[in-house]
Design a protein. Structure first.
Length: 153
């Protein structure tokens, strides 16, 4: 099945957009389904960095380990979530606009269900993601454009 994709233009530099979008600790601030995110380890983000992220999926809260599997700052990243009945893969791409003064953020996600997850994915997860992904981009845009989040925190 095709992934879910949403794009939005943000009046901030690609470095700022990238740093905020990939920071696990900031997921609850802009991702509507995230109840909590607890990064594992203290080092800088790199391939293999992970966090325990709990998301609201329909009526359930599902914890999962989310791990960075691709990281090419300030352009692209991939995060893979594994836990319980779902596997989710989220990709992000930041394109510079207007000589690097603005950015286009494109987010995409795909899901695979196991056990009860095979029912949850088409009935709950994909419909929720279709609604939530554009809202997440809008929330990140608003945070960044208000100056609440920067590459230096």
């Amino acid at each position: 099945m095709a992934g879910i994709v949403a794009s939005i233009e943000i009046a901030r530099r690609p470095e700022d957009v990238f740093a905020s979008a990939i920071d696990f600790a900031r997921f609850p601030e802009w991702q509507g389904s995230v109840v909590s995110a607890r990064p594992q380890g203290d080092g800088p983000l790199a391939v293999g960095s992970s966090a325990l992220v709990t998301r609201q999926v329909g009526p359930r809260q599902l914890p999962a380990t989310e791990e960075i599997t691709e990281l090419q700052p300030p352009r692209t990243w991939t995060v893979r979530a594994v836990g319980g009945p779902l596997i989710a893969v989220a990709n992000g791409t930041v394109e510079p606009l207007d000589g690097g003064e603005r950015s286009r953020l494109t987010l995409s996600c795909e899901f695979e269900g196991h056990g009860i997850g095979r029912l949850l994915v088409p009935l709950v997860v994909r419909p929720q993601a279709r609604r939530q992904l554009p809202r997440n981009g809008q929330q990140l845009k608003e945070m960044l454009e208000r100056g609440r989040v920067s590459a230096n925190h």
